[in-house]
Design a protein around this ligand. Structure first.
Ligand code: NAD
Ligand code: MG
Length: 392
């Protein structure tokens, strides 16, 4: 039996992972599940999968979780440190599906004990790519990408020599406001930004898709994970979300990964890797689809794409600051404090302020340093957002 843990099990990626595991429970010994406010669902999952321990990231919800799990024999814990402690428990395969930089410490702990890390939490690679990749190498642990684009690239690279890769093209749906007139974007509400044309995902990544901060995180993720140069990574808008990514080789060939927009493919590929197993995803009818479109991404509409290039130019702690400022700007937008179009300027201002202060230089990242910088960048971003003086 394979020992597995799922961090962020109650979220969109977490639920899809639980769905796949639940189809063959006899194959898995579930060690830990973690969630947030949704205690009922976390308890339900823990009982159904017979987990050893269930953890909520909120201390104040521990007793509620304990009540739900009373008599089950399942251990209960709460708080960020308890999640890290659970990630240290021996497991063969760990799903990192917490949203945001909070996913970094448990991801590192899982790698340190040698587990294979299925990485949906792209923020870990953006805020501490060098540290995460080094921790994997030092512990001979493997990271398998779960973002659909990066899973697609990894699949296109099987049996290939990375030196023969000229470029990687990430596709982007364009999100909720792809076809909105530019002048209307400033009035976009959180509710409007929270609906995605093709994918059913958590709220934060859905809004990040509308702003393309998600794609900018993914460009950085591509650089960190595959070690490509920034100018080898391209983005193309592809409204149908059928092609997830393409890899271009030095002989002119482009290998495209085509599939329905269903995260269970990328999760299932990482779960069964290096085997391929049958997965419960739709089989595409190409004739019915008829045609696929591709457009150039407009950086006036999506300034986040330009910021990703800056982060890759600066390196060091730029990814940490970029991600933290982005998370804070997103919180401010969701709270109605700033406009949709204010998010990128807030992030840009924070990034440049840290650069001016010479606070981004670093060759060898350490977790405490990353955590501290993340904290300071959030404070700065909240401050910039508060002084924007908008009538949002
Ligand atoms: P979600 O919001 O649906 O779920 C997030 C999970 O993390 C929940 O279980 C929540 O309780 C938990 N959580 C939230 N904040 C936490 C904190 N501070 N500490 C501990 N746990 C916390 O998010 P999601 O859409 O499933 O995304 C999860 C990750 O996967 C993100 O990094 C996202 O970018 C990435 N991802 C998601 C999709 C998708 O289809 N949803 C696709 C690609 C990548
Ligand atoms: Mg993606």
């Amino acid at each position: 039996m394979r020992r597995i843990s799922i961090f962020g099990s109650t979220g969109s990626i977490g639920e899809n992972t639980v769905d796949l595991i639940s189809r063959a429970p006899e194959e898995y010994d579930v060690v830990a599940l973690s969630g947030g406010r949704n205690i009922n669902r976390l308890a339900e999952q823990a009982i159904a999968l017979d987990a050893d321990v269930a953890i909520t990231c909120f201390f104040e919800l521990k007793h509620k979780l304990a009540e739900r799990l009373a008599g089950s024999g399942i251990e209960v814990a709460a708080g960020p440190d308890a999640i890290v402690e659970a990630a240290r428990r021996p497991a063969d395969w760990v799903m990192s599906a917490i949203v945001g930089a909070a996913g970094l410490p448990p991801g590192l702990a899982a790698l340190e004990q040698g587990a294979t890390l299925a990485l949906a939490n792209k923020e870990s690679l953006v805020c501490a790519g060098e540290l995460l990749m080094r921790t994997a190498r030092d512990n001979q642990a493997q990271i398998l990408p779960v973002d659909s684009e990066h899973s697609a690239v990894a699949q296109a690279l099987v049996g290939e020599d990375l030196a023969a890769v000229e470029r990687v093209i990430l596709t982007a749906s364009g999100g909720a406001f792809r076809d909105w007139p530019l002048e209307k974007l400033a009035s976009a509400t959180p509710a409007q930004a929270s609906s995605h044309p093709n994918w059913d995902m958590g709220q934060r990544i859905t809004v990040d898709s509308a702003s393309m901060f998600n794609k900018s995180l993914e460009v950085i993720e591509t650089r960190e994970f595959f070690g490509l140069e920034p100018d080898q990574i391209e983005v193309v808008v592809h409204p149908q979300s059928m092609i997830h990514a393409l890899v271009g080789f030095n002989d002119g060939a482009l290998m495209a990964h085509v599939g329905p927009p269903d995260m269970r493919h990328a999760i299932g590929y990482a779960l069964h890797y290096p085997e391929r197993r049958s997965l419960p995803v739709e089989r595409l009818d190409l004739v019915k689809i008829g045609k696929l479109e591709f457009r150039e991404p407009c950086e006036t509409r999506w300034p986040a794409l330009r910021l990703a290039r800056e982060v890759m130019r600066i390196r060091g702690l730029a990814g940490t600051v970029f991600n933290a400022a982005k998370e804070q700007a997103l919180d401010s937008f969701l709270a109605g404090q700033i406009r949709f179009t204010d998010m990128a300027p807030v992030v840009e201002e924070v990034l440049h302020a840290f650069e001016r202060d010479n606070a981004l230089k670093c060759d060898r990242l350490r977790l405490d340093h990353v955590t501290e910088t993340d904290h300071l960048a959030r404070i700065r971003a909240a401050d910039v957002a508060a002084h924007l003086n908008t009538d949002a």
